[in-house]
Design a protein around this ligand. Structure first.
Ligand code: NAD
Length: 440
């Protein structure tokens, strides 16, 4: 079995490395010459725990190679995976499918023997059929099938998610392609991973339905957190109290500054667009998008209010820039809304992230990047926690208090202990938890 992986980003590189770990020969293809050059030289372009070792082990075993030569990779492959980006299209929120269709055309021109073309990118309903049409039009002679195999890995836990997924979804409509997919995923059959075989359209929709459901769950708990603040309840206890109900589940009930990342924002928009076009709007998702967008914007104001109504001339120390811990991915991170708003309001912003400083520096200007969390606290009038990296949970509050100009912490991820912080004399603001009652 030989696989060509078209697109060597988060999904392509992790999937390619994991398939090679299954014992399959994988060639990862990318247009980005610099990325391929670096991968060939042993570099890893993204931060993902465990990925460096996995890539190196399989590269040195000769099962994982890298190239910019798409035609050669496709011609030798039994299955070609499309794992290119599907960002939001400018203007209307739909997914930009130009990379997918571009890859489909290039694949078509290079097809040799029977090949299964597998769409791993997150794509709106109907894209698989369109890929099929493009390939058929360019190569009426070619023997191929198109399959939809959406990816559910989470950045930060991507390898574990790929190797031990909750399920694998495969939209496939021919027995021949189904056998190829079964053989690729054989190691997961052995550990009894549920395999959901569907049509192309259903597989495509499952991916969007999953992501928008999770985005809705986050938005729900964020609004509950706001309500908790108004009525004096504790959102952590509410989350636990409802999450222990097996029908609800405990995951994705952590309040924060609003969801971000490379998937939820664009996938909610794309599903809303698809649904409107189909004449069956998903108004709940449209509401989720609006609530989340406003929430991210509101967070800067929350910091300004915590600083007494103005941050002009004040220094804000920011802990965490990536959209979640264990990744350097900055796409649609809440920091991209909050930090520029603070700078625009006159604040000096100094920041630290354990992995995303390099990525952040490309998109967030006018920030003083520091070498550690403590350096970031030094001289700040307010310490703002934006990403729940584990190392921030272990910070020594006494040391923070000595370093800060004012003992003020706005913790938008609830990583610190409110009772401890307040007993040490901090003004400590977090999300959805009761403020201490002051006796009259
Ligand atoms: N990042 C995630 O956590 C995640 C999880 C599940 C699904 N997805 C989906 O997977 C897809 C890929 O996401 P990503 O985060 O890996 O994207 P990415 O932007 O990190 O990587 C895409 C790569 O494809 C390359 N590329 C584009 N066109 C090409 C072509 N014709 N030939 C060769 N290379 C080409 C780009 O140079 C880039 O390196 C998206 O549809 C995304 O929604 C992402």
């Amino acid at each position: 079995m030989r696989i060509a992986m078209i697109g060597t980003g988060y999904v392509g590189l992790v999937s390619g490395a994991c398939f090679s770990q299954f014992g399959i020969d994988v060639v990862c293809v990318d247009k980005d010459k610099q990325k391929i050059k670096s991968l060939k030289a042993g570099g890893i372009p993204i931060y993902e725990p465990g990925l460096d070792k996995l890539v190196e082990d399989n590269r040195s075993a000769g099962r994982l190679t890298f190239t910019t030569d798409l035609p050669a990779a496709v011609a030798a492959a039994d299955a070609v995976f499309i794992a290119v980006g599907t960002p939001t299209r400018r203007g209307d929120g739909h997914a930009d499918l130009s990379y997918v269709y571009g890859a489909a055309s290039e694949i078509a021109d290079a097809l040799g023997r029977y090949t299964v073309i597998v769409n791993k990118s997150t794509v709106p309903v109907g894209t698989g059929r369109e890929v099929c049409r493009i390939v058929r039009e360019r190569r009426p002679d070619a023997e191929f099938d198109v399959v939809s195999n959406p990816e559910f890995l989470r950045e930060g836990a991507a390898i574990e998610d790929f190797m031990k997924p909750d399920r694998v979804v495969i939209g496939v409509e021919s027995d021949r392609a189904r056998e190829v997919m079964r053989s690729i995923y054989r190691p997961l059959y052995l550990i009894e991973t549920p395999m959901v075989f569907t049509t192309l359209e259903t597989a495509e929709l499952i991916k969007y339905a999953g992501n928008t459901f999770l985005a809705t769950k986050i938005t729900f708990i964020n609004e509950m957190a706001d309500l908790c603040e108004k009525v004096g309840a504790d959102v952590h206890d509410v989350a636990r109290g409802i999450g222990l109900d097996g029908r609800i589940g405990r995951k994705f009930l952590h309040p924060g500054p609003g969801y971000g990342g490379s998937c939820f924002p664009k996938d909610t928009l794309a599903l809303a667009y698809t649904a409107r076009e189909a004449g069956s709007p998903v108004t709940i998702v449209e509401q989720v998008i609006q609530v989340n967008t406003e929430r991210k914007k509101r967070m800067a104001q929350r910091v300004i209010e915590a600083c007494g109504g103005s941050v002009a001339g004040k220094t804000i120390g920011v802990l965490g820039l990536s959209f979640k811990p264990n990744t350097d991915d900055m796409r649609d991170a809440p920091s991209l809304d909050i930090l520029p708003a603070l700078v625009a309001a006159g604040a000096r912003v100094q920041a630290y992230d354990p992995a995303a400083m390099h990525e952040a520096a490309r998109v967030l200007k006018d920030i003083d990047y520091k070498d550690s969390a403590y350096d970031t606290a030094a001289g700040a009038d307010c310490l703002l926690v934006l990403t729940e990296w584990n190392q921030f949970r272990a910070l020594d509050p006494k040391r923070l208090k000595q370093l800060l100009r004012q003992p003020l912490v706005v913790d938008l991820r609830n990583v610190l202990n409110p009772a401890e912080m307040r007993s040490l004399g901090f003004t400590y603001e977090c999300i959805g938890r009761p403020q201490p009652r002051h006796s009259a």
